[in-house]
Design a protein around this ligand. Structure first.
Ligand SMILES: [Zn+2]
Length: 113
């Protein structure tokens, strides 16, 4: 079954990525012929905002392994995710505070999954 988790991105960031100081960035690389010039940006890249000794904040890049989740998900819109799971109880506990809908059939306007 497929489920739509409202606010799933936020849950992933907060529960899996060491709290709320994690930022997800999609970037352009500046190369002339790259797809990112046409909207397909690179990423996601994860950064953790840390306070330095001088009291400033700096963004520390998190390696993909650090944020490797033990389940696959597709991002919908800005904050929601779609997961393909066997049954509702298989849903990761990190989403326990989210609203979850079962997805039946293809999403309007989306690619078929
Ligand atoms: Zn690029």
């Amino acid at each position: 079954m497929k489920v739509l988790v409202v606010g799933g991105i936020t849950a992933i960031k907060e529960k899996m990525l060491f709290g709320k100081n994690v930022h997800v960035k999609f970037v352009t690389c500046g190369r002339d012929r790259c797809a990112c010039r046409f909207g397909q940006r690179h990423g996601p890249y994860y950064y953790r905002r840390e306070k330095t000794e001088s009291g400033r904040y700096s963004d520390v890049y998190l390696k993909p392994q650090t944020v490797n989740l033990n389940f696959a998900y597709a991002v919908v819109g800005k904050e929601d995710v779609i997961l393909d799971i066997g049954k509702l109880s298989d849903l990761s506990p990190i989403f326990e505070s989210c609203t979850v809908f079962e997805v039946k059939g293809p999403l309007r306007g989306g690619r078929g999954m």
